[in-house]
Design a protein around this ligand. Structure first.
Ligand code: DC
Length: 241
C-alpha cells in the first residue's frame, strides 16, 4: 500500500464527485473507487435481517454491536471488475457484488446508521486500506484524504456553492427521474446534509491537510477534470499511456 499511487477526492453531496472521478479515471488510466459503497454494502446486509424501525429503536451501543457483528461474520472484499470499458473497484459481500441495490432509496435513507458510528468506521478501515492495484486509484468519499489515506500523493477537496449543488440535484431528480419536486425543498435538503456531514463527531467532512480545494461553481466538468489532472505527477499518466 505504501507505494500505491493514490488520488483522493472528498466533498459534499452534489459537488459532482462521481462524474469527476469517472472521467478522471478514464483519462489517467486509473481505477475508481467510491468509498460510499462500503457503507452502503454494510447497510444492505444489516437491513436484510433488521428493519429500519428496529435499528431506530436500538440504543447506540446495541446498534453498534449489531452492525459490528455483521461485519465480523461476513466477508467483505474490494475487487477489480470491468464496468463498461473501464476497470472499477467494487465491494463484494460473501463473494457477491450486490449491484444497484446499494443505491436504492432504502439503503440511501438508512446508511447514516452505519456511516455515523465511530466504531463501525474504524472497523471498516482495514478493508479500505487493503486495496492495492498496479494503476493509480482515485478514491471518492468524505474522509478519504483526511482519515483513510492521509499519505495520498494528490488530495482534492471538491466543492461548489450550495446553489450550484442544489440546482444539480434538482436537475437530476426532475430531468432524469421525472420526479415532481419543490426547488426550495431540494435546496434545504442539500443544506441539511451539509450541516450533518460537517457536524458529525466521527469522520466529518473537512478539507484534508495538504489538500487542494477545487470550487467547481461555474466550471464545466471537463474544466474540473483538466484542473485535477494538472495536479497529478506527469509520470503517472506516462506510465499508463
Ligand atoms: O457517496 P455516497 O452517497 O455513496 O455515500 C453514502 C453514505 O456514506 C453517505 O451518507 C455518506 C457516507 N460516506 C461516509 O461517511 N464516508 C465516506 N468516505 C463515503 C461516504
Amino acid at each position: 500500500m505504501e507505494d500505491q499511487r493514490l488520488i483522493t477526492i472528498d466533498g459534499p453531496a452534489g459537488c459532482g464527485k462521481s462524474t469527476t472521478v469517472r472521467l478522471l479515471a478514464e483519462r489517467l488510466g486509473a481505477i475508481a473507487f467510491s468509498s460510499g459503497t462500503v457503507y452502503r454494502a454494510v447497510t444492505h446486509l444489516v437491513l436484510s435481517d433488521t428493519s429500519s424501525d428496529q435499528l431506530a429503536a436500538m440504543s447506540a451501543d446495541e446498534r453498534s454491536s449489531t452492525i459490528l457483528e455483521r461485519i465480523e461474520t461476513n466477508e467483505f472484499e474490494i475487487r477489480e471488475v470491468m464496468h463498461g470499458d473501464n476497470l472499477e473497484l467494487r465491494v463484494f459481500v460473501n463473494g457477491v457484488d450486490p449491484g444497484e441495490v446499494l443505491h436504492s432509496t432504502e439503503v440511501t435513507r438508512e446508511v447514516h446508521w452505519i456511516a455515523d458510528d465511530g466504531d463501525v468506521r474504524a472497523a471498516l478501515l482495514p478493508l479500505q486500506r487493503g486495496i492495492t492495484t498496479t494503476v493509480p486509484i482515485i478514491t471518492e468519499g468524505r474522509d478519504m484524504g483526511s482519515v483513510v489515506f492521509p499519505q495520498a500523493q494528490v488530495k482534492v477537496f471538491l466543492t461548489a456553492s450550495l446553489e450550484a449543488r442544489a440546482q444539480r440535484r434538482y436537475d437530476e431528480l426532475v430531468g432524469e427521474r421525472g420526479e415532481v419536486i419543490d426547488r426550495a425543498a431540494v435546496k434545504e435538503d442539500v443544506a441539511a446534509r451539509d450541516r450533518f456531514d460537517r457536524g458529525r463527531a466521527v469522520g466529518p467532512l473537512i478539507e484534508p491537510e495538504g489538500g487542494v480545494v477545487v470550487d467547481s461553481t461555474g466550471m464545466s466538468r471537463e474544466q474540473v477534470v483538466e484542473l485535477i489532472a494538472g495536479l497529478v505527477p506527469a509520470e503517472w499518466s506516462e506510465a499508463c499511456a
